[in-house]
Design a protein around this ligand. Structure first.
Ligand code: ZN
Ligand code: ZN
Length: 464
């Protein structure tokens, strides 16, 4: 079809300036980053999203949180922007991944700022009706070093899984590798958010936290089936967050629990309590809805009933009699296999402790971890082998002390470098400016660091 250009009427000036003619899509104030893994067990945590968001805007998380997010929150979680004020907030940054006021307030504000409507799925908010705070979240980071390394090698985004924030998760969902909870370089525990959080790196010594799979040393045989089962069950729960969020009411657990008692022990609470080795009064509290079981307790019950958490919550208790008989049998045999203080293998424990003591200092486990590996009580270890236990504790402490001294020395070097850099820029090296350039400004509280800074500044003043 021929179009005669002369017949096309141009827009009048009024029309060109009319906003109705050119509808402008709403713009987000902060980058509209895609959250990772929603609807899968590998969903990202909110603290990880915040760190990536800060990174995307090329600012430190502390700046993003204090200057942009904090003023919009309903409640004041960051009282002031000094390092002390922020430190108090970072100490409880794990709560951003939980289900309480902090998680709700932050996810709402970050949803608004990034024009998302689903960031609450990076937290435990969808399960708020069925969770109890006790024993739920880790205050410090846990991570799979192999995951980090593989993402880095394959140029994938590096992030922290919401699963890693749960205390009951002790192994990696993908690699079945025990999660790491202390930086292997400086031994420190790392908060989920900090002044200069950088995903995959230690917030204190700035070292990379990943390890290649062929270099990762672990005795995977020490990981019990229950740990593998738990990570899968919790992964499935997080993957079903969207579907479950609309179903879970505050009465839900009590209802599921009561059906389970009816189904497995014909309504006999004492028998159900004995079956799961739970105090009878505790069980009664759950049955009457007076108390709600912790996530750990729920997992224990589901594990011994061979039910997934989702099945328990959906009240799907369809099991064959054969499975139930098998369960009863396994329960009886596992009861017999339980170690009593009288018959546990002292020789094996002594050998294990001696082997641990001969290990290099950086890989020394805590006595709690050793007791867990040996499936015995921590107190029994100290009672039977006080000397070996003391030596292990001393060796760990000595190593941590050396790491601490090394980090202080590293901080001093960084201060010297920062002062030189500021000198080249023609800037006076105020403490605040130096703090911005070093990886751990908190070290200014140490006398050695303060003295070095003073000495350096005085020598600059003298040379002027
Ligand atoms: Zn992994
Ligand atoms: Zn470190």
């Amino acid at each position: 079809m021929d179009i005669k250009l002369t017949q096309i009427q141009p827009y009048s000036e009024d029309e060109l300036w009319s906003p109705e003619k050119f509808p402008m899509p709403e713009r987000s104030r902060l980058h509209h980053l895609e959250p990772i893994g929603i609807g899968t067990p590998k969903v990202e945590s909110l603290t990880s999203f915040v760190t990536r968001l800060a990174n995307s805007h090329e600012v430190f998380p502390s700046i993003l949180l204090s200057r942009v997010i904090n003023p919009l929150l309903q409640q004041t979680f960051i009282k002031n922007y000094t390092s002390r004020g922020l430190k108090t907030f970072f100490n409880r940054s794990h709560a951003l991944n939980g289900y309480g006021t902090i998680a709700t307030d932050f996810s709402n504000v970050i949803n608004q700022l990034t024009l998302h409507n689903q960031l609450q799925f990076l937290t435990l908010i969808p399960f708020s009706n069925i969770l109890v705070t006790k024993g739920l979240l880790r205050p410090y980071k846990a991570w799979c070093p192999i995951c980090y390394q593989e993402w880095k090698q394959n140029k994938h985004l590096i992030y922290d899984l919401l699963l890693w924030t749960l205390k009951d998760v002790t192994v990696c969902l993908i690699h079945q590798y025990p999660l790491i909870q202390n930086c292997p370089h400086c031994c420190r525990q790392i908060h989920w958010l900090s002044w200069k959080s950088n995903l995959g790196y230690c917030s204190y010594c700035s070292q990379w936290l990943g390890i290649a799979q062929n270099k990762a040393i672990s005795n995977n045989s020490q990981i019990v089936n229950q740990e593998r089962w738990m990570v899968n069950a919790l992964g499935e729960l997080l993957a079903n967050a969207y579907q479950l969020s609309s179903l879970l009411t505050p009465e839900h657990i009590q209802k599921s629990f009561n059906i389970a008692v009816e189904k497995y022990t014909d309504g006999n609470i004492a028998a159900f309590a004995a079956m799961h080795q739970i105090p009878k009064n505790t069980c009664w509290g759950w049955y009457t809805g007076k108390n709600c079981p912790s996530l750990s307790a729920l997992l224990q019950i589901c594990y011994s009933l061979r039910l997934s958490l989702s099945q328990f919550l959906m009240q799907d208790f369809q099991q064959t009699a054969t499975t139930l008989n098998k369960l009863t049998f396994e329960r009886q045999s596992s009861k017999k296999a339980r170690l009593s203080p009288q018959n546990f293998n002292l020789e094996l424990i002594e050998n294990t402790l001696t082997t641990i003591l001969s290990q290099s200092s950086e890989s020394l486990p805590t006595l709690i971890d050793v007791a867990k590996q040996l499936n015995i009580n921590r107190r029994l270890l100290s009672r039977h082998f006080p000397e070996l236990c003391r030596q292990i504790v001393d060796k760990r402490r000595h190593y941590q002390h050396l790491c601490h001294i090394a980090s202080i020395d590293k901080c001093c070097l960084e201060i010297e470098e920062a002062i030189i850099t500021l000198g080249k820029l023609g800037e006076y090296p105020t403490e605040a400016r130096v703090c911005e350039l070093i990886s751990n400004p908190g070290y200014f509280r140490y006398k050695k660091v303060r003295l070095l800074y003073k000495k350096e500044v005085q020598s600059i003043i003298r040379s002027l």
